[in-house]
Design a protein around this ligand. Structure first.
Ligand SMILES: Cc1cc2nc3c(=O)[nH]c(=O)nc-3n(C[C@H](O)[C@H](O)[C@H](O)COP(=O)(O)OP(=O)(O)OC[C@H]3O[C@@H](n4cnc5c(N)ncnc54)[C@H](O)[C@@H]3O)c2cc1C
Ligand code: HEM
Length: 404
């Protein structure tokens, strides 16, 4: 445990570091990747370039430091991050590397203001925070490995089927190469794919939500191809999967992870909202909720740009025909000639009120503007936080920046 003086120093310097937050973390990453280029095998280069990851890590360190004497209060946040770390294969020996480089960056950016006393206090605080992460992650590694059909690290899976779902989304059905059992998962969880496309110097890791209910002899992920557009290069892994990976090819996966999961004990109506490829965890939740046999009322709302971007349409129609407790709605931003949807444009509160009840559990996932609009509408409607659940298809911390 830290002494009272160290805690006081940490608490009084958090606001100072917050001011320099992004500069410190940018400096930190530059130095760390220079000293340890092998870490470029695990960090997402696009997130680095766009500053998303530096912000996420900075905020997490300051949040942890501000709670240094009561870290148990932020354990749910730690667990969410630790899920990602476990999925990526982060190890205890990585923590001192981050610690040393973070301390060095604090020293560089603060200059004379960074006294020995302050640096010592931060070294100690980082040690305490790192130990919490390391022990939470050790437990997660153990659970993932010891679970029936589970494993540690990355396991080889063969692409059994590759199925086009829309103009931009394709599903991959994945079976283990060793022919053994696979671990079950919670609807809403994701797999992490590790690839090294030809010509790339480093491996690249990406998370993909499982897009069916658990209980199949395969895993299914559904990937949106991120094409190049003006000023933005094509996505490395999604285009590789779409263009280079076919049936019979092998992908390396870490075991299912993530804390965005359906609460099976709730009897409240369930509202699942998705925008674009954000439908993947919703499909898993939808199938699971229907298979459970509970006559829970379910509203499935999917927003897509237009019909040709509307994935898994027939599958949802069939589910609605087979289940009286399911109502489904589509929202097309710009329908093409001859296409119809339940709403045109964007989801808004007035429309939401006409199709769902406030007293429901809400789960949503999609592009940032979609998530922003949905969360704002739910807050305005007075839906309490504990019934609002969302997944962000990028570093979770950017939610706070964008959704507040
Ligand atoms: C929990 C979770 C679940 C997810 N589930 C799914 C899922 O089910 N299906 C799915 O398709 N995706 C999912 N994702 C997103 C997925 O992990 C990848 O982020 C996505 O496939 C893009 O990866 P990529 O390698 O193709 O693109 P990256 O190479 O990572 O690039 C990402 C974006 O950044 C842009 N970019 C890159 N460099 C720059 C630059 N210098 N300047 C400006 N822009 C730049 C690219 O154009 C691209 O649009 C999920 C993410 C998370 C965190
Ligand atoms: C106490 C120390 C640490 C804190 C507070 C921390 C915090 C975070 C946060 C907030 C995220 C974003 C989570 C998200 O995507 O939702 C993240 C992701 C990540 N962390 Fe950590 N982390 C720590 C240590 C480490 C270490 C030691 C490593 C390994 C060298 C590491 C590697 C990563 C990677 C690779 C990602 C994914 C980021 C990306 O590629 O976009 N982290 N971490």
């Amino acid at each position: 445990m830290l002494d009272a003086q160290t805690i006081a120093i940490i608490k009084s310097t958090v606001p100072v570091l917050e001011v320099h937050g992004q500069t410190i973390t940018k400096t930190f990453y530059q130095t760390m990747f220079k000293n340890h280029p092998e870490l470029l095998n695990v960090f997402n280069h696009a997130n680095q370039r766009q500053g998303k990851q530096p912000t996420a890590l900075a905020n997490a360190v300051y949040a942890a430091a501000a709670h240094i004497d009561r870290l148990e209060e932020i354990l749910p946040v730690v667990r969410g991050i630790a899920q990602k770390h476990r999925a990526l294969g982060i190890q205890p020996e990585h923590y001192p590397i981050v610690g040393e480089n973070l301390l060095a960056a604090i020293k560089t950016v603060l200059g004379d203001a960074a006294t020995e006393e302050i640096l010592d206090a931060w070294a100690k605080a980082y040690g305490v925070i790192a130990d919490v992460f390391i022990s939470v992650e050790a437990e997660m590694y153990r659970e993932a490995a010891e679970k029936k059909g589970g494993w540690r690290g990355f396991r080889r899976f063969v692409v059994d089927r590759k199925v086009k779902e829309s103009d931009v989304i394709t599903s991959f059905y994945l079976k283990p190469q060793d022919g053994q059992a696979i671990a079950s998962y919670e609807p809403g969880q994701y797999l992490t794919v590790r690839v090294k496309p030809e010509g790339q110097e480093f491996t690249h890791l990406r998370h993909y939500s499982l897009s069916t209910a658990p209980g199949q002899p395969y895993y299914r992920i559904s990937v949106k191809r991120e094409d190049a557009v003006e000023g933005r290069p094509a996505g490395v892994v999604s285009t590789y999967l779409h263009t280079r990976i076919g049936e019979g090819d092998v992908l390396e996966l870490s075991a299912p992870a993530g804390d965005f999961t359906l609460d099976p004990s709730s009897n409240l109506p369930l509202v699942l909202l998705s925008g674009g490829v954000g439908l993947t965890p919703m499909m898993s939740m939808l199938e699971t909720a229907l298979q459970s046999g509970a006559q829970r009322e379910i509203v499935y709302i999917h927003a897509a740009r237009s019909g040709k971007f509307h994935a898994m349409k027939e599958q949802v129609v069939e589910l609605a025909q087979a289940h009286d407790n399911l109502r489904t709605y589509t929202v097309y931003e710009t329908p093409e000639a001859g296409e119809s949807s339940d709403k045109t444009g964007y989801i808004d509160l007035a429309w939401l009120k006409s199709v769902a009840a406030a007293d429901s559990d809400f789960y949503f996932c999609g592009p940032v503007p979609f998530m922003k609009a949905v969360r704002r509408a739910l807050k305005e409607w007075g839906v309490p936080d504990e019934r609002i659940h969302f997944e962000f298809f990028g570093p979770a911390d950017s939610l706070e920046d964008t959704l507040n």
